[in-house]
Design a binder for this molecule. Sequence first.
Ligand SMILES: C[S@@+](CC[C@H](N)C(=O)[O-])C[C@H]1O[C@@H](n2cnc3c(N)ncnc32)[C@H](O)[C@@H]1O
Length: 288
Amino acid sequence: MWGKHRMVWTTKGLEKSHRFHHHGKEGEKKLDNWNPAGYLKFEYERTLPSRDLAAHVRVEQVHNIIDIGCGPGNSTKVLRDTWPHARILGLDSSEQMIAKARATYPEGEWIVGDAQRWSSRDRFDVVFSNAALQWMSDRAQVLTNLFRHLNVGGALAVQVPLIGDSPLHRALAAVSQYDEWEKLLRGAGLNRTDYDDSFYYGHLSTLTTRIEMWITTYLHIMESHQAIIDWYSSTGMRPYLERISGDERRSTFVNQVLELCSPEYPIQPNGKVIFPFKRLFFVAWNDT
Ligand SMILES: C[S@@+](CC[C@H](N)C(=O)[O-])C[C@H]1O[C@@H](n2cnc3c(N)ncnc32)[C@H](O)[C@@H]1O
């Protein structure tokens, strides 16, 4: 449970101060049927980067925070622990994720909405986003928009996975090219994309002079190869699995991915598997 200092969110208040512009790209596929339980199976590992990111946010007075792509509220909980007296909003486009966040932390302020179309009259001391921007197509515009919502001295703090060059993702991409899948899965990978440090730095440097960036590779200890697949099925592999109908066909696909990537994750003497996971972090301060 969170501390006492909570503002109560009302629909009226939200309508007054937050806007969502509905001008999505034609053909853009909505991918908001997340499975919070599957995602939270690895809650400890998935929440580590939020702790590391929050620890780098050096802002004197933090009164107002928004967690963009807050998911089931695990990253928002880290913000609550770090800044117990701040007002904290959690925003996510998935109704299932927000329902889970609201059920776990009923005293929080939760908003369902697309961060790509979000705007608010409020200004924030911290705009935080852990593991969500990789799902947003117009990344440069999102960065500018989020940055625009900062108070002077405030910080935009972001973590995005860099999984594109991992054995797991390479196996997923390769199997999707097999004849039996190619047509069905064409374009599935476009829902989620990695941009590199140069992209983020290049864009952020048009907005501010104060930027910190770093990359951390976490070495998650997984119970088995199957656990690595379970990890990815609820995130990056989801857009692929959603296109395949029938449990049997989905298992065929998953087993092909498993077979291809397993040799690159050797089994350790105790039977466990090391799963390296690379993540890019940045904090950009509004120094204007
Ligand atoms: C991998 S989860 C991250 C959850 C949480 N922040 C954490 O640290 O574990 C990514 C979340 O981003 C959300 N998301 C993806 N695209 C979004 C968008 N355009 N606007 C708002 N949320 C979005 C998804 O619904 C999902 O809950």
